[in-house]
Design a protein around this ligand. Structure first.
Ligand code: GUN
Length: 262
């Protein structure tokens, strides 16, 4: 099933679940940036919420807000009993310490699963794992390569793949080209999240039955582009747009329902 088809089916299930609840779950999104990617994601999340019958509110703080003021907003949301869960959209402006924000969020309301005590997983890796399971893609004992080591995607992705007994290799900006070629050529699953348009291209060799999960989004004058060119000689690759972004948005609502005990 394509990601679009899969997300459509799962959304119907979530909508049905929400409709049976005594009151709709309440999600708050805090945004402290003017990042184009974030704007698109936030817009998508609000649209999904409406479609799913979830109550959602966007709190936009000014770009120059102090760290103390941002923390006060988080404290208020932690205390507000009407708020089931909230997220603070990344990236943050430089005067705000990302780790302080993540640690300030009540782990029981942390829809992103960013807090170290959270029982939930960050949305992008979680959404990818759920889709791999749905598509019956073998993970145990398989060679998984994760390109990129960000806190939001690369690291938690590697962790989830390892938890399911893949042989996980994390490659990054300091990995030599020769080593990238070696690991990629042996990979059964490749998750690429480096934000470089068309980085995975025909200059690498791939296993013909490899699965490529493209997390990258680069916007230029010709539209949105992933980290992989579109016609890799592999068994399956996820499109951009209409790929991982949809899985991330879906996982956000799956996490929210877990928080409210569904
Ligand atoms: N920015 C990019 N992806 C994410 C995400 O999953 N959560 C948050 N909070 N910010 C992001």
């Amino acid at each position: 099933m394509t990601i679009k088809e899969y997300v459509k089916v799962r959304k119907e299930e979530i909508k049905d679940q929400v409709s049976k609840m005594a009151r709709p779950p309440f999600l708050v999104i805090v945004q402290i940036n003017e990042d184009a990617g974030s704007n698109a994601y936030v817009h998508g999340k609000l649209k999904d919420a409406e479609e799913l019958g979830v109550k959602a509110e966007l709190i936009k703080l000014p770009l120059d807000v102090s760290e103390a003021e941002a923390l006060r907003t988080i404290e208020r949301l932690n205390r507000d009993k009407s708020v089931d869960g909230f997220i603070v959209q990344m990236p943050l402006p430089q005067q705000i310490d990302e780790n302080k924000i993540k640690l300030a969020i009540n782990p029981n309301k942390d829809v992103d699963g960013f807090h170290p005590l959270s029982k939930l997983s960050p949305c992008t890796p979680k959404g990818i794992m759920n889709y791999l399971h749905h598509e019956n893609i073998a993970i145990l004992g398989k060679n998984a390569v994760v390109l990129g080591r960000s806190n939001i995607v690369g690291k938690p992705m590697a962790h989830l793949l390892l938890k399911e007994s893949a042989n996980v290799t994390v490659l990054h900006s300091k990995t030599t080209r020769e080593d990238k070629e070696f690991y990629i050529s042996h990979a059964d699953i490749i998750v690429v999240a480096i934000g470089k348009k068309g980085f995975l291209d025909h200059s690498f060799t791939y296993k013909s039955d490899a699965v490529v999960i493209d997390v990258g989004i680069t916007r230029d004058e010709s539209g949105l582009h992933g980290d992989a060119v579109t016609d890799l000689p592999v068994k399956m690759q996820t499109p951009v747009p209409g790929g991982v972004g949809l899985l991330t948005r879906l996982a956000l609502f799956e996490n929210l329902l877990e928080i409210v005990g569904q």
